[in-house]
Ligand binder design. Structure first.
Ligand code: GUN
Length: 295
């Protein structure tokens, strides 16, 4: 089997399944499932994400509501918009693109989102549901990583997993998901002592630190599975740039048993899982049963 885990191909398949379910939903509910995306300011990376989200939402047969607000939008106006989306029956999922401008309290805005429309899984209610094993919404990137792992290996039970990074968006939910899959989980971070030695114990390594090519091949147990969440733009000479992960692919690939490339690994999964979460939200909000096992 190819060592490379092809997230691009898996994401395409997932989007096709979502599109088929979305068509069925439209027939049953008499309306399309809808995703609202809120972008505040002009961060170039965020603009690219939001454009891609909008395009892929439409391509899956769902309605896309984009709200682009100026960087100086007062926090109160943003909270009022979130409240309007919370009560709008055409909106099943709400995503407020992060980062928000410095004058806006991100936690306050996320807390204002109806947890049952929180398709990003960032609300504390959804973090709590994940931690306690209740149905809710799980952050898209870590859920995508677990989907890739389960697709490759079936059961993950009993495997040693090391998650490098402890963010609320990736590291912590990733650890929760791996615990739920019966892995033995270690969460490493910037203060971890002897990180290479910790990583060497792992059957599964998830790198989510945002440091270009930090994890080296000689840190890995031979045959380990490497999931690289990093997307770092680095200089490539002659004024050009290239994308690299948090893993040094050149040294890691010969040692690993399986590895996600950057680009084309975890990256394409995030939006596909967002669309998956949105169609799930639509069914829950409309009170229509959905077999989530194929999703
Ligand atoms: N900024 C970068 N990635 C994400 C994401 O997945 N969701 C949101 N809301 N903002 C982001």
């Amino acid at each position: 089997m190819d060592k490379r885990i092809d997230g691009k191909a898996f994401a395409e398949g997932l989007r096709a399944r979502v599109a088929s379910i979305a068509a069925d939903f439209e027939g049953r509910a008499g309306r399309q499932a809808g995703l609202a995306v809120v972008l505040v300011g002009e961060d170039p990376a965020s603009q690219v994400y939001v454009r891609n989200k909008g395009k892929q939402t439409l391509a899956c047969g769902m309605a896309s509501f984009e709200h682009k607000l100026p960087a100086e939008t007062p926090e109160a106006d943003l909270l009022a918009l979130v409240e309007q989306l919370n009560v709008d029956p055409a909106v099943d999922g709400i995503l407020v693109q992060l980062p928000l401008p410095a004058h806006v309290n991100e936690s306050k805005v996320i807390a204002a989102i109806n947890p049952d429309k929180d398709v990003d899984g960032f609300h504390v209610v959804n973090a709590g549901r994940l931690a306690t094993g209740l149905p809710g919404f799980v952050p898209c990137t870590p859920l995508g990583c677990v989907m890739l792992l389960k697709d490759r290996f079936g059961s993950l039970a009993g495997l040693d997993a090391v998650v490098i990074g402890r963010s609320n968006i990736v590291g912590k939910p990733m650890a929760q998901l791996l615990i739920a899959e019966s892995c033995t989980v270690t969460v490493a971070h910037s203060r971890t002592r002897d990180l290479p030695e910790v990583v060497r114990r792992a059957d599964i390594v998830v790198a989510a630190v945002g440091r270009p090519e930090m994890v080296k091949g000689d840190w890995l147990k031979p045959g380990a599975t490497v999931i690289d969440v990093g997307i770092n733009r680095v200089p490539a000479g002659e004024g050009k740039t290239r994308l690299v992960g948090d893993v040094d692919f050149a040294s890691a690939a010969p040692v690993a048993g399986a590895i996600t490339p950057v680009p084309g690994g975890v990256g394409p999964m995030t939006i596909a899982v967002l669309l998956r979460n949105t169609i799930v939200a639509a069914h829950r909000n409309a009170g229509i049963a959905l077999d989530e096992s194929g999703l």
